[in-house]
Write a protein that binds this ligand. Structure first.
Ligand code: XUL
Ligand code: CO
Length: 438
């Protein structure tokens, strides 16, 4: 097969002294950090839709980057794209990929034709996975692009659309199983609404719960043993997306009895759109036993939409990796670069530079997060801050045995609280800086 990315070399770790922009300065895949190789901590994945498909178009202009990979015939282009995908992952030392059904093979005129296209291209992808030793982090169905999904998929007011979405998801799960996917993601593409004037929210939510139930149960029946994830997002494309944020999704999962079989895929840009930090959303997932996987990207604080930029903010990657380490690391999840180079960064070299910058930022974040944990001062501070729950009345509260009468008697005897101590936020921020920058 012809080489597609001739200007991209095999990118290697060269350490911090290198000035080579086609090298890693922090990501050394086989180096061990707290007992595990960096590649196993980070489990980097390439997002097929951005890296192989997105051409830089926006509301004001057409593509700036050619992603047809040498053919205008959709099936030939899809097969060339598969070869290009594995060449790219190989050159960048990316071990995993994530895909939507419609990223890898073109949609046909009927569902049957679409399924046939998917089978044909994924036969090739399966061979390429074996040849290049690459794995599938997760698969998903694109139930938002086609006009049939204009009012949603599982939350469409039209039952025919619900049926079509169910059939499409069934096939996407089968395809994920075929490729040995570690996970399957549900992102509620257009599952939300624009106006209550035309919306039956109760029915839409019940239908969405039912769609997740029957499709996820089907996956288990055909031998899918990986994780199911919901990916929260508060808005865009709809004004009110039902999967608003991690907390909302945890409540939804519990209501529809799905909490035992679903975790969360947290995306940084979606967190900030919901008015949260990335670390907050990861923490909510962790404390609800729903920490699963991550879409690593970043938005622009001055823009109110999903810009899907490559993440280069090392504070964010450090706080993210702290959450990952505290969750005990990834099991089936990983760091998927749901990110695209800017429209003006239109060359193949930019594809490499953007992945290198994202991978190095998270590798550095992992190195610093490990130092923060080994340093111990932040953990020690937090443990001491809650020490009043380790004995006496606090322990009785934490154990859930303190009665309301007992608490009243305790408060009356106290007269007033005189034991509050400083939260020391600035002191702690300075500790973090000193660990990061020496
Ligand atoms: C959209 C988004 C999706 C999901 C997969 O904002 O993040 O790409 O990650 O459908
Ligand atoms: Co995403």
């Amino acid at each position: 097969m012809k080489e597609f990315f001739e200007s991209i070399p095999h990118v290697k770790y060269e350490g911090t002294s290198t000035a080579n922009p086609m090298a890693f300065r922090y990501y050394n895949p086989d180096e061990e950090i707290c007992g595990k190789k960096m590649r196993d901590h980070l489990r980097f994945a390439m997002a097929y839709w951005h890296t192989l498909c997105a051409g830089g178009s926006d509301m004001f202009g057409v593509n700036t980057s050619d992603k047809s990979f040498g053919s205008s015939d959709p099936m030939t282009s899809a097969k060339n794209k598969a070869h290009a995908a594995f060449e790219f992952m190989d050159k960048l030392s990316i071990d995993y990929f994530c895909f939507h059904d419609r990223d890898v093979a073109p949609e046909g005129k009927t569902l049957e034709e679409s399924n046939r296209n998917l089978d044909e291209v994924t036969d090739l992808i399966k061979d390429l996975m074996a040849e290049y030793n690459k794995k599938c982090l997760w698969g998903t169905a694109n139930c938002f692009n086609n006009p049939r999904y204009m009012h949603g998929a599982g939350t469409s007011p039209n039952a025919d659309v619900f049926a079509f979405a169910a059939a499409q998801i069934k096939k996407a799960i089968e395809t994920t199983v075929k490729l040995g996917g570690n996970g399957y993601v549900y992102w509620g593409g257009r599952e939300g609404y624009e106006t209550l004037l035309n919306t039956n929210m109760a029915l839409e939510l019940d239908n969405m719960g039912y769609l997740l139930k029957i499709t996820s149960e089907y996956g288990r029946k055909i031998g899918f043993t990986g994780d199911y994830y919901i990916e929260p997002k508060p808005k865009e494309p709809t004004k009110h997306q039902y999967d608003f944020d991690a907390s909302t999704v945890c409540g939804f999962l519990a209501k529809y009895g799905l909490d035992k079989d679903f975790k969360l895929n947290i995306e940084a840009n979606h967190a900030t759109l919901a008015g949260h930090t990335f670390a907050h959303e990861l923490n909510v997932a962790r404390v609800n036993n729903a920490f699963g996987s991550i879409d690593a990207n970043v938005g622009d604080m001055l823009l109110g939409w999903d810009t899907d930029q490559f993440p280069t903010n090392v504070y964010d990657s450090t706080l993210c990796m702290l959450e990952v380490l505290r969750a005990g690391g990834f099991t089936n999840g990983g760091l998927n670069f749901d990110a695209k180079a800017r429209r003006g960064s239109f060359t193949y070299e930019d594809l490499a530079y953007s992945h290198i910058s994202g991978m190095d930022s998270f590798a550095l974040g992992l190195r610093i997060a490990d130092k923060v944990i080994r340093d111990g001062r932040l953990d020690e501070f937090v443990a001491n801050r809650y020490a009043s729950y380790n004995s006496g009345i606090g322990k009785r509260i934490a154990d859930g045995v303190a009665t309301i009468e007992e608490l009243e008697e305790y408060a009356l005897k106290m007269g007033d609280v005189t034991t509050n101590t400083s939260g020391r936020q600035e002191y702690l921020e300075n500790i973090l800086n000193s660990i990061m920058f020496g």
